[in-house]
Every structure is written in structure tokens, then in C-alpha cells.
Write a protein that binds this ligand. Structure first.
Ligand code: C2E
Ligand code: MG
Ligand code: MG
Ligand code: MG
Length: 292
């Protein structure tokens, strides 16, 4: 079966043909086209303090609404963009756009909130990360103290000396570094103590298990303690129900992110000053860690 994708380009592909490899190559070419035709967008999800639900920061998450396939998850296309190094070009747009948006929100009055951007290991490997980030901040007018970079535990763990040094230098400028999907990588306590990190984001897997399995509750408790020991801010990812929120609050974890608070949204009416959510109204002015 042949399909037209609405841009006059004719492709021979059908999901029924089916192998993973075929879809992989199909998506690879589609990512290339989507970059060229600027078909990606960003959504933003608030991370809030457990005490008062004030916003600590927003995480920017890339979205792709494919003209034929509909929405495709970043969990599917980011790995393909990484394999092909297309993440360099896509990630360049993502960082610029996230900084541009936060710069606009700062100007509209939400001036204490940071923006966080996911950075892939491929970007760390091939980009002069310090120069690239500082250059983007200059171009978008966002202060370094309003940016947070999320890097997965396994990427940080495998980072070279040069990369670690660049990240240290960014921290000196005021940029914060978060270790993403914490608990799924291989850091030992001693590596963690030596990594250039300000924030620990505990993977959703642990949050899902914690209210069911007491062992996971103990793990969360020890990660919370680790955060205190190393003076790191601790965030729980993927909080969906109130019982998880209560547990996290009781364990002394500082911040939460999840559907219970808010799903990622494509835009916010910053002039409106509040976001409605299941727990509270979140003040859009923010009282977050961003104090320049
Ligand atoms: P991540 O960085 O760990 O992002 C958190 C993911 O959890 C997001 O999925 C978010 O929508 C989802 N999430 C947040 N709260 C909840 C919840 O309560 N329940 C559930 N079920 N999910 C929740 P998303 O947007 O699909 O992104 C998946 C992954 O794709 C991200 O995981 C990240 O690794 C990658 N990704 C997304 N955007 C970017 C990007 O701009 N650049 C790069 N390099 N990777 C990205
Ligand atoms: Mg992330
Ligand atoms: Mg994560
Ligand atoms: Mg994740």
C-alpha cells in the first residue's frame, strides 16, 4: 500500500509490512524530513515543590505529530535520532526553542522559573557542550541560572573527562545539572559524589513500585537520604496518584513531576498566573531554585 504524506511525497510503506527494521528506516527518513520542515514542537511539564506545589522548573519534552502516523513518542524516535546523529540537529533546535520560550516567559513575569532540557549522550560526545550551551543562552537572552540540563545516569557515568570539565564550567556559570532516570544506571555512591550534579531525578519505575512493594519504599528513602548527604535536590518522576505523592512527601523528597500535578502542555498562559491541577492551583510566577 502506498501513502502520500500530505507534502506531495509518495512513499511505499505500510505498517503491515511490518518488520521493526523497516519501521526504523522509515522513521529515520521521516525524522530527517521533519527536521527540515520544522515539524517538531515542544511541550512543557512543571516540576513542583511538595510543600506548596510552587513551580521549581519546567521540563521541555519534544513532540512529533507525524502527518500520516499521528503522534509518535520520543521514546521511539529519540533513540533513532541518536543512532543516526540527527539528534545533533534536532537537539540544537530543542535547546534553542526551550531557551527562547523561557526567555519569553521570564519577560512576561514568570521570572523565577527554570527551563530544563534533556541532553543526549550523542550531543555530549560530539558537541563542544560548554560553547554550544553558552552560545544558545546568549542568542536567546536567557540567563544561565535559568537553565537546567537533564542527562541520564548512564550517560553521565560514561562521560569523558573533557565532558565532565565542560559541565563543571557550565555549573560555574549557574547552569544546573540533573541526573535523569536515576536508579537505572550504574553509579556507585563514590561516582555520584564526584559527578557534576545538582539534582537527582528518581526514575518512575521506583515511584510505581514504592506504594506496592516495601523494598522500593526503602530504596526511595535511601535515595532521599543520599540527596541530603550530598546536598542534592531530589525529584520524583511520574507521580500519578495521591498515595504516591503522600509517600514521597513523607520520605522528604523535595519535588514531584507527574500527571497528578500536570501533564506536559504545549503552552501556558503566563499572564493567567496559575495552572489548575488535581491538588492545588500552581502559581505560575514560581518560587523555584532559580535565584540569579
Ligand atoms: P524523561 O526525560 O525521563 O521524561 C519524562 C517522561 O515521563 C516524559 O515522557 C513525560 O511525559 C513522562 N511523564 C511525566 N509524568 C508522567 C506520569 O505521571 N505518568 C507517565 N506515564 N509518564 C509521565 P515523554 O515526553 O514521552 O519522553 C520520554 C523520554 O524521551 C524522556 O524521558 C527522554 O528520555 C526522551 N525525550 C523527550 N524529549 C526529549 C528531548 O527534547 N531531548 C532528548 N534528548 N530526549 C527527550
Ligand atoms: Mg528528563
Ligand atoms: Mg527521566
Ligand atoms: Mg525516563
Amino acid at each position: 500500500r502506498a501513502k502520500t504524506d500530505g507534502r506531495g511525497i509518495f512513499r511505499v510503506y505500510s505498517p503491515e509490512m511490518g518488520s521493526k527494521i523497516r519501521r526504523y528506516h522509515y522513521l529515520l527518513e521521516e525524522i530527517r524530513l521533519a527536521i527540515a520542515s520544522q515539524n517538531f514542537t515542544l511541550s512543557f511539564q512543571p516540576i513542583v515543590n511538595v510543600d506548596d506545589c510552587s513551580i521549581d522548573y519546567f521540563e521541555s519534552l519534544v513532540r512529533w505529530n507525524h502527518p500520516v502516523e499521528g503522534p509518535i513518542s520520543p521514546a521511539e524516535f529519540i533513540p533513532i535520532a541518536e543512532d543516526s546523529n540527527l539528534i545533533i540537529e534536532l537537539g540544537n533546535w530543542i535547546l534553542f526553542e526551550a531557551c527562547r520560550q523561557m526567555s519569553a516567559w521570564h519577560n512576561a513575569g514568570m521570572n523565577k522559573v527554570r527551563m530544563s532540557v534533556n541532553i543526549s549522550g550523542v550531543q555530549l560526545k560530539y558537541l563542544p557542550i560548554y560553547d554550544w550551551v553558552m552560545d544558545t543562552l546568549t542568542k536567546t537572552g536567557l540567563p544561565p541560572s535559568a537553565l537546567l540540563l537533564e542527562i541520564t545516569e548512564s550517560c553521565l557515568f560514561h562521560a569523558s573527562e573533557k565532558i565532565i570539565q565542560d559541565l563543571e564550567n557550565l555549573r560555574k556559570e549557574g547552569v544546573l545539572i540533573a541526573i535523569d532516570d536515576f536508579g537505572t544506571g550504574f553509579s556507585s555512591l563514590s561516582t555520584l559524589a564526584n559527578l557534576p550534579v545538582d539534582v537527582i531525578k528518581i526514575d518512575k519505575l521506583f515511584i510505581d513500585q514504592a506504594t506496592i512493594n516495601p523494598k522500593y519504599e526503602k530504596i526511595l528513602n535511601s535515595i532521599s537520604g543520599l540527596g541530603k548527604t550530598l546536598n542534592l535536590k531530589v525529584v520524583a518522576e511520574g507521580v500519578e496518584v495521591a498515595s504516591q505523592f503522600e509517600l514521597i512527601k513523607n520520605l522528604g523528597i523535595h519535588c514531584v513531576q507527574g500527571y497528578l500535578i500536570s501533564r506536559p502542555e504545549s503552552s501556558y498562559d503566563v499572564g493567567n498566573k496559575v495552572i489548575k491541577n488535581n491538588l492545588n492551583h500552581i502559581a505560575l510566577t514560581g518560587t523555584g531554585v532559580c535565584s540569579p
